[in-house]
Design a protein around this ligand. Structure first.
Ligand SMILES: Cc1ncc(COP(=O)(O)O)c(C=O)c1O
Length: 373
């Protein structure tokens, strides 16, 4: 059997990782400024993480959600304190799209409505409603087009007001910082305005922090720069440093009913052990603060390079927009300089390194990028 060929691949077989570095099967070392698509939060193969999940799998890897799972309770209590949402509840699932599906479903159960507002260039995943609120017709199959969604221009509060004040909107879903869309930041005023409009009309405000959350922006959640509290927050990627896990943080306005949500694998023992190890390291190594400090150093340095049209972002979620397509530059970064980066569309290079990136590693990248510009 062959693999279903849906990924255009770089011809590199990564077999080992440590911190912000990975190695291929020929022993070549690469600087990882992509973090496996923003997933590696605490660094590759962190010894504490390896020890904790090894210990857990030797003890118990999985049991179903029909029994008490103390690891889930411990994780919920720890996460609530670390991220500043102690009074919210937690529902654990397995992927970003699944977290968004559950958030949208919960919003609709809550207010009984079915219209959703999303933002132009948004990416929220590839399943049913998650892909319908994703602004990319190429990945929306006819079966996903159920007509629930209106897309709004980013940062245009009057356009949002025009729709939300109709009073029939179930939810507004917006990324803390748009990732796939090219590192586009909602302004604090826009998020505050959305919060007010949603509160006034009984509309649920969902913040998708799947890429921008878990410390990546230099705050635990990117929306915390705006000082708002959404009704639902979705997280994934960095939550378990590569172990598949995601979650919905749920405000106290939602009342749980037995059976309203459910999952087989979500929040299993091994996933929780991984997620707890991630929180240990985020706290003990001050990785949110590191993302803020190294991210602002890196952005300053990049802004001084000539040949980049615009540098934008927050913390260690950085976009560099060029006047030309970046495909060849990314290939040269990988094959000549041995540096992994991401892309958004054709003209933007995305940097999503592990949150433990050091100033030295950031400076090393700037020097090697300069050599190519
Ligand atoms: C903002 C955002 N939401 C949702 C998703 C979907 O996550 P997953 O691929 O785990 O389903 C992604 C993935 O890139 C994302 O960046």
């Amino acid at each position: 059997m062959n693999l279903f060929d849906v990924y255009p691949l770089f011809d590199v077989n990564i077999v080992k990782g440590r911190g912000c570095h990975v190695w291929d099967d020929k022993g070549t070392e690469y600087l990882d400024l992509y973090g496996g698509h923003a997933v590696i939060s605490i660094g590759h193969s962190h010894p504490h993480y390896v020890e904790q999940i090894s210990r857990q799998v030797a003890q118990l890897g999985f049991y179903s959600n029909s029994v008490v799972n103390r690891l889930q309770q411990t994780f919920a209590a720890r996460l609530g304190k670390v991220c500043g949402y102690d009074d919210y509840s937690l529902f654990l699932v397995n992927s970003g799209a699944e977290a968004n599906e559950n958030a949208l479903k919960l919003a609709s159960f809550h207010n009984g409505r079915s219209r959703v507002l999303s933002i132009s260039k948004a990416f929220h995943g590839r399943t049913s409603l998650a892909v319908e609120v994703t602004n990319n017709p190429k990945i929306v199959a006819p079966v996903n087009e159920s007509g629930h969604v209106t897309f709004l221009p980013m940062n245009d509060l009057e356009a949002a007001r025009g729709e939300i004040e109709k009073g029939d909107v179930c939810a507004v879903i917006i990324e803390g910082i748009q990732g796939v869309g090219g590192i586009v930041l909602p302004t604090p005023e826009y998020l505050q305005g959305l919060r007010d409009l949603c509160t006034a009309t009984g509309t649920v405000l969902i913040l998708d922090e799947i890429q921008s959350g878990y410390g990546r922006s230099g705050r635990f959640f990117a929306h915390q720069y705006a000082g708002i509290r959404p009704d639902l927050i979705t997280v994934a990627k960095g939550i378990a440093n590569g172990f598949p896990m995601s979650a919905v943080l749920i405000s106290p306005i939602f009342k749980p009913v037995y059976g309203m949500l459910g999952t087989t694998f979500g929040g299993n023992h091994l996933a929780c052990a991984a997620a707890l190890a991630v929180l240990d390291v985020i706290e003990s190594e001050h990785l949110v603060e590191n993302a803020a400090a190294v991210g602002s150093y890196l952005m300053d340095e990049l802004k001084h390079l000539s040949g980049i049209r615009q540098v934008r972002g927050q913390g260690l979620m950085i976009g560099m927009e060029f006047d030309y397509p970046v495909k060849e530059l990314r290939q040269r970064l990988i094959y000549e300089q041995h540096i992994f980066t991401g892309a958004s569309g054709t003209h933007v290079i995305r940097l999503l390194p592990p949150l433990c990136l050091s100033r030295e590693e950031a400076g090393d990248f700037v020097g090697r990028l300069k050599a190519l510009l």
